[in-house]
Design a protein. Structure first.
Length: 260
């Protein structure tokens, strides 16, 4: 029967086959399964284990195999030792030492393969997740870049004020979608009891809070802000320093300012 996915049971069978720890009948049945059933899952696992065993058999860490695998390996080694003893009694003592060494090496090699194979799978899964994360970030950056360079986007530069004269800000204003992409740089993080507050300043009426934020340790911040439909036509935008949590109306000093 052709298998569709690798399970722990199938991995253990492949490990025993690769290490030569199956009986002759089991070995023939397993080999027939791979060929006659054309089971690519088992065949690929055996080939991978054999390749790793050949490469790493001489550099083996100490590991403890699963009881079932260890039992099968030691039983196979004992059987090989018994057969050698029957064939050549005078050299029994030497063969016993060789058989013990072979079984120990086979056990250690299989343990190393199993541990390495598991580690490789975990590393591949971790790397795949990281690649997916980076691809997602790249797509987000491409979208942002497309927004920034679109001719339908209005760019507004905010200049630093007072003690924050080294700071700067920029609004990428998607007027049709009523959306701001707001970027800040060079603005030190506000103290714990203070916060920064961005304001919409309409031509008529009082300022409207757009966002309450703080900057990163490097003085940067990135915020996406919807522009309310009832805010009216804007004449300016500003950032002030306010008590933590912000206020309904600006009360602190201006740190960034731009006319629209």
């Amino acid at each position: 029967m052709k298998h569709l996915q690798l399970t722990e049971e199938l991995q253990e069978a492949a490990s025993l086959y690769a290490a030569g720890a199956m009986s002759e009948a089991e070995r023939k049945a397993y080999a027939n399964h791979m060929e006659a059933d054309e089971c690519e899952i088992c065949r690929a696992e055996v080939l991978e284990l054999q390749a790793v065993m050949h490469s790493f058999a001489m550099e083996l860490p100490e590991r403890t195999p699963s009881p079932n695998v260890k039992m099968r390996l030691m039983a196979q080694a004992e059987l090989s030792n018994s057969m050698r003893g029957l064939q050549n009694r005078p050299q029994r003592q030497g063969y016993e030492w060789a058989a013990w060494l072979i079984s120990a090496t086979a056990t250690a090699a299989l343990i190393a393969v199993l541990m390495l194979n598991s580690g490789l799978r975990k590393n591949v899964a971790s790397l795949s997740a990281r690649v997916a994360e980076l691809e997602s970030q790249m797509m987000g950056q491409r979208t942002t870049l497309a927004v920034m360079t679109s001719p339908q986007v209005r760019v507004v530069n905010l200049s630093g004020q007072g003690a924050a004269s080294q700071a700067g800000g920029r609004v990428f204003w998607k007027e049709r979608e009523r959306l701001w992409l707001f970027y800040v740089s060079g603005l030190p993080p506000a103290p714990k009891d203070r916060t920064y507050q961005l304001w919409f300043v309409p031509k008529n009426g009082l300022p409207v809070s757009a966002s309450v934020f703080n900057t990163n340790p490097d003085g940067s911040a990135t915020i996406e802000i919807p522009v309310p439909a009832d805010v009216g036509e804007l004449k300016a935008t500003a950032v002030t320093t306010e008590p933590a949590g912000g206020l309904p109306q600006p009360s602190g000093s201006y740190v960034l300012l731009a006319t629209l």
